[in-house]
Design a binder for this molecule. Sequence first.
Ligand SMILES: [Zn+2]
Length: 443
Amino acid sequence: MTAHGPHRGPERKTTMGSIDVLVKDVRIITCDADDTVIERGYLAVREGRIDAFGPMDGTVPAHASEVLDGTGLSVLPGLVNSHMHFHYRRLGGPVGPNILGPVALDALKSTRTAFNLLREGVTSVRDVGHNDDSRLHVRDAIRDGVIVGPRATVSGAAIGMSYGHAYFVAESVASLDGLVETIRRQAHEGADLIKIIASNEDLPNPPGDELTVPWFSAKAVQVAVETAHECGLPIAAHANGARALERCIEAGVDTIEHGIHLSADHASAMAERGIALVPTLSGFFENSREFWGRSWQPRYAALWNVHRETIGNAVDAGVLIGTGTDTLGTVAQEAWLLHKYGGASRAAALAAATRNGARIARQGADVGTIAAGNRADLVLVEGAPDRDLLDLGRARHTFLAGRRFTREELAKLIPAHRFFVDELDGPEALPRSAGVAAQGPCG
Ligand SMILES: [Zn+2]
């Protein structure tokens, strides 16, 4: 859809010279409810907010402190990574020793990730946990201006039942009392959400088996949901396999993370109950590749093969979907895979990466879309991602509350490291046209 006329905040009286940044001749992808696109427009930023935007006509402000030529670029709301882990994002090689370091090192690694996320055009994130509390401090440090990074919503330590999936990066509980106590403590300590690991897919399930090891009993999921909600917090459930999904949907979690083996029935129940899905397709896609040198590559390849076959159920049912990369992958990949395998329209994939994510991460109504008065959390990418979603991975400028960072500036700040893979378009297997990914990495 193409809009006409300028869009201004009702309270706004633009005066000459008061605009901080004016982007001209830019493609504007608003990601609003109508998926409005302005082919050639302007966008003005003032005092950290979107002041006005519209087509390049007589309403373009005459003066601005800084004018950017947007020719060949598109501006979108800043991207949202709805499922990631600050301190072990895009680590190659053996994972164990690299993610169980001291909390101070975790915080420093998180700072590195924060820069990298800005470089990718990501301005909001949802960190779904580790077994220490570094991400809470990183969130606060970003909020208080100690470091620069995307706005963060963070969970308490992921809560698992004893010896479950990823128990070494989770906080294990052994009883319902322990579960209640842990959730209350995490709420007290300042978590923005609760995360449970409701299924265990690390066990040697027979091929084709639907990961039928829920790990959390139906009662335990119900207790977790009730306790989180009583504490005023949303609850996210890592859930794969039919039985775990059923228990989580029935209990009314707020989001399902991953959701492998999600059936059409699960999906329609989620849509009906307003339960969102963060499928982390790119996380599974990347973990299925030998490039990363991970011991679990064969298992993730099998999971990816199932996931890409069933993700369309969620798209078809109209489930609210967000783009999360988990430990690997990028938001651009995630949107592309959602389109490629889930059948999501490009507009729907862009919505997942922006306005849906803002809702899932509970970042407030003034982020996730381009609208006058909204926070100027923006990304300018090369190309036109509403035509080619992989252009989302070509961020050139990222605005955080109106403050602009360029790709080059951020790249200079991030030293090369033998474990971290920071390049945005180096390792990804996704081609810019048909090819390997058309069959997927495994088939
Ligand atoms: Zn995760």
